[in-house]
Design a protein around this ligand. Sequence first.
Ligand SMILES: *Cc1c(COP(=O)(O)O)cnc(C)c1O
Length: 429
Amino acid sequence: MKQNNLQFNTKHIWHPYDSIIKPLPCYMIQSAYGVYLHLQSGVKIIDGMSSWWSVIHGYNHPILKNSLITQINHITHIMFGGIIHKPAILLCQELLKILPKKLECIFLCDSGSVAIEVAMKMALQYYSKSKNNKKIFLTIRNGYHGDTFSAISVCDPKNSMHTLYKTILPKHFFADTPNIFFQEHWHNYDIFSFLNLIVNHSYKIAGVILEPILQGIGGMKFYHVEYLKQIRLLCNIYKIPLIIDEIATGFGRTGKMFAYEYSNIIPDILCIGKALTGGMMSLAATITTKNIAHRISKNYPYKFMHGPTFMGNPLACFVAQKNISLLRKNIWKKQVYYIEQYFKNQLFLLLNHPRVYTVRVLGAIAVIECYHNINLKLIQKFFVNYGVWIRPFKKIIYLTPPYIIKKTQLYKLIYSIKLAIQNNTLFIC
Ligand SMILES: *Cc1c(COP(=O)(O)O)cnc(C)c1O
């Protein structure tokens, strides 16, 4: 039976970035509790990924689960055109409590990539009346903003799907990746490339878009807080909206509620997603200032032109509201700090390992960058056999565990990585 299910899967079901002819192996999952994934085989393994940054309080959290059950008894979905409901109001009220006062107009949407589309459209509509025809975005290399077309148009031009669609994507400006890391000494030269582009092309630029402090799938690098501060300053000088993509970094992952807080700045447009519902449902949002929202609404066509079918889904909104009220109890701060210290104590020891190029830690994020590409199929199997769920990419093994993870479980994740890097067969040399 189990074999049949896996065979059916292989033949008919697409998985992220995979082939239907020769896909990577999949593991059948039965259920999940806390930090554990229970496989069909009866084995339980520790999730080091939080299901791609999202399940921050662990699986099957009683408060989140019960909120869904409660909401199911009222209403699970309703169109948002001409209709409003309590879950959306409660969620937006809760969001405003954790956001700077300036960010007050909220667009609820279905996924991170859509939140990026919405943000870019907002910037374009904001400028739709300008004489200068501002249509181009300015971003930085090594970024990742999602898989839809506008999003990939601002993903790294080399190291992403951007390459595949290059000929049909709109051309945007890419500044050099920041080179000075989070903890290092700041030098102004790091901003020169960005500065150059904004000074020379500001009259064409509709918006600046980037991930704050952490560049995610584009390389898992943490850049200097001063870099983002200077970008804020330059956007102010040239009156260009600053779009901050907090889809991965938001909700405490980096040690701040939002990573932009490290630089003491406020974005003009903010995208959130991933952990917004504690990983319980798909939901994202794009939040902007009154100034931008009003100008969009004053320019032709006097409204913002986007409206997904599942906009403001009540089930997703209700659980997102509970997730944020859980976060507002501030237990995550201690949890994330503890994880950060533990990662630093354990993982910096690997810096001298011949296989390891470098180790980076910030908040509940650990990155082990190796010298060689990793054989994903083999290493995934290796990790599952050891009792952990870790999914590396390219040369990078990273951990983003649920905040509730305990010391012994963290130790097991780290030990499994120590074992993996001893094993030559898991690397493509
Ligand atoms: C995951 C991610 C996205 C895209 O979100 P989806 O929900 O996968 O569409 C965009 N930006 C960043 C930084 C992300 O990590």
